[in-house]
Design a protein around this ligand. Structure first.
Ligand code: F6R
Length: 608
């Protein structure tokens, strides 16, 4: 999704903005631009496509301005053209704006502004922002805070804004609603960004702007305002993330680096919740008494986070014998979800900023049920909206395709399920200890798989030209093939489908032809024969069979097998997903795709 950077200080802004934008590239974008102050106004330079194009345009330009804003745009309103790229401006560059988010009522506002004589050069909602603020600037006798505040009251939708005014040379203004924005503080210079990696190189001391807040940022000061224009005080946060987590550290791609970081991400998450073989949820604010009264669980999320929810449904049901429903956040919000008494709503999100998940959460809050977020990004919107937050400690995830955050979410969920089962007296002490031990062993078992990366690379090279991949599994194995299928299609662009093993014969089997690849995941010996039978049904129609099996399961029918270590079947997803991630990675590399930034995709989907 879109990215924002801003700088005001004593150094030329150009390189700082470009560096910041390059650190936001991972979010996905299709055009980029900067506005840098000059003696009379601004140099606004934009380009379509990769940041490299913008860099080339800026290479020979003598831009020495020490104040500027920059943007990477992921097109929503209008195509990815130079005209539609940010920054946008009102006439005469009176107001120059970069924007993340969506203004829902922009067309209606645009029509009004046209009646006041404004003309528009782009198809974007952001140009409307620049012109509306300009309009209010005139109405408020050139008072920027009042003008922005009026804008905030007038528009619906979401926004993080960085704004420069032609006549206010030493200031950048920012405002936010439902789209993240941080201000990095340093000596004699300040930074603005939509995401931490953009400014990590310069400072770790940041302010998180809250919804309906604004700030006036100059070289030496930052003043915050609420929507009424009253000054507010905010707490400075010191970010724990280090620079190396935003670098590739010798790996060719972030995706591979993050796949290899999984044992550490999981271990950190476990250690934050388990002490002396017991689970403590104190950090989340959840008490044992609270858990003992929970009778229903509703899980929402998008994409991979939704797949974590599907896995956890099986785990919660098995361990805590509790009713669990899982829904796509984007669907949940537009139906009539009935959240029964004593329901806990769990929202799962790496970024904590996914618009659909945030909207689903707000819907649940309207029904007044307690809400718990399993979130990776500290201080993110979802983390702040939920009643309780269980942080995964996966560290920053740069690759668009999630790997380590997915794995950390799984273990956070397993531990929550064990705790719930304990509080509801559904498991005895011995079982609880065994289950916790099983979870603690996951990182080492993943490390064993990671050492066999070459085997999966070899396998991938055999399948790089297949047109269709079908992945099947039963029970928890169905949940893992959902994620494996998503991972493969999003980075390799090969068409994949995931099915419950028994469901294929009800229609989809008609797609199986000679050399279709069918991947079966089997981690529960009690269900193995059934899934093998379903795989055989496809083999007799020409399919090639690849099995991802736990050590205890023997196959006589698979053409290829990759064995993962033995594990409690409840937690098998954590192992089986790893070879699937590695295979997705190599299929993508072998096809020459942009692994970390697959086409059309964005990290942190902040629009509906
Ligand atoms: C797939 C992927 C997406 C995200 C989804 C939710 O690899 O990364 O499917 O899982 O967009 O994102 P978060 O977890 O940030 O809410």
């Amino acid at each position: 999704m879109c990215g924002i950077v801003g700088y005001i200080g004593n150094k030329p802004a150009k390189d700082i903005l470009l560096n910041g934008l390059s650190k936001l590239e991972y979010r996905g974008y299709d055009s980029a631009g900067v506005a840098i102050r000059n003696e009379n106004g601004f140099d606004i330079i934009k380009s379509k496509g990769k940041l490299e194009n913008l860099k080339n345009k800026l290479k020979d330009k003598n831009l020495f301005g020490t104040c500027g804003i920059g943007h990477t745009r992921w097109a929503t309103h209008g195509e990815p053209t130079e005209f539609n790229a940010h920054p946008h401006n009102s006439y005469n560059e009176n107001v120059v704006v970069v924007h993340n988010g969506i203004i829902e009522n922009y067309l209606e506002i645009k029509e009004k502004l046209v009646t006041y004589g404004y003309t528009f050069y782009s198809q974007t909602d952001t140009e409307v922002i620049a012109k509306l603020i300009d309009f209010y600037l005139n109405e408020t006798n050139q008072n920027p805070i009042q003008a922005i505040s009026k804008f905030m009251l007038r528009v619906t939708g979401s926004y993080a804004l960085a704004i420069m005014f032609k006549n206010l040379k030493d200031e950048i203004y920012v405002a936010r609603k439902d789209s993240p924005l941080i201000i990095g503080i340093c000596n004699n210079e300040n930074f603005i960004a939509s995401d931490v990696p953009a400014i990590l190189r310069y400072t770790k001391d940041v302010y998180y702007l809250d919804n309906y807040q604004m700030a006036k940022i100059s070289t030496n000061s930052t003043i915050f305002y609420n929507i009424d224009g009253m000054e507010v005080k905010k707490k400075l946060t010191h970010i724990q993330m280090d620079l190396s987590s935003a670098e590739k550290n010798g790996f060719e791609h972030f995706m591979l680096k993050e796949i290899h970081e999984q044992p550490e991400a999981i271990e950190k998450t476990i250690k934050s919740l388990v002490k002396n073989e017991d689970i403590f949820l104190d950090r989340t604010g959840i008490t044992n008494d609270f858990l003992s009264k929970i009778e229903n669980i509703f899980i929402i999320g998008c994409g991979s986070a939704y797949h974590v929810g599907i896995t956890l449904k099986y785990v919660f049901e098995k361990l805590a014998n509790i009713n669990v429903q899982v829904d796509f956040a984007s669907e949940f919000r537009y139906r009539n979800p009935v959240l029964l008494k004593n329901t806990l709503l769990i929202v799962i999100s790496q970024s904590g900023e996914t618009a659909d998940s945030l909207a689903g959460l707000k819907e649940a809050k309207k029904q007044k049920v307690p809400t718990l977020g399993i979130v990776n990004v500290v201080g993110s919107s979802i983390a702040r909206e939920v009643d309780y937050v269980l942080y995964t400690l996966a560290g920053p995830e740069i690759s668009v395709a999630t790997t380590k955050a997915y794995s950390a979410q799984l273990v956070a969920g397993y531990l929550l399920a064990i705790k719930l089962a304990e509080c509801k007296n559904k498991i005895n002490q011995i079982t609880r200890k065994e289950l916790i031990k099983d979870v603690i062993e996951i990182p080492d078992k993943i490390s064993v798989i990671l050492k066999r990366q070459n085997e999966i690379q070899m396998l991938s090279s055999k399948f790089v030209n297949v047109k269709n991949i079908f992945l099947i599994g039963r029970n928890i194995d169905y949940a893992v093939v959902l994620e494996g299928s998503l991972k493969m299609k999003e980075v390799s662009y090969i068409h994949t489908e995931a099915y419950p093993a028994g469901e294929l014969k009800h229609g989809t089997i008609s797609l199986i032809e000679n050399n279709s690849l069918v991947i079966g995941s089997i981690s529960n010996i009690n269900l193995a024969e059934k899934t093998f039978s379903n795989m055989l049904e496809t083999k007799s129609r020409g399919a090639i069979l690849l099995g991802f099996l736990t050590k205890d399961i023997r196959s006589t029918i698979c053409d290829y097998v990759f064995e993962v270590p033995q594990i409690n079947p409840l937690f098998a997803n954590s192992l089986v997903i790893v070879p699937m991630q590695i295979m997705s990675y190599y299929l993508s590399v072998l096809k020459g795709n942009d692994v970390d930034k697959p086409r059309n995709l964005a990290k942190s989907v902040t629009v509906e």
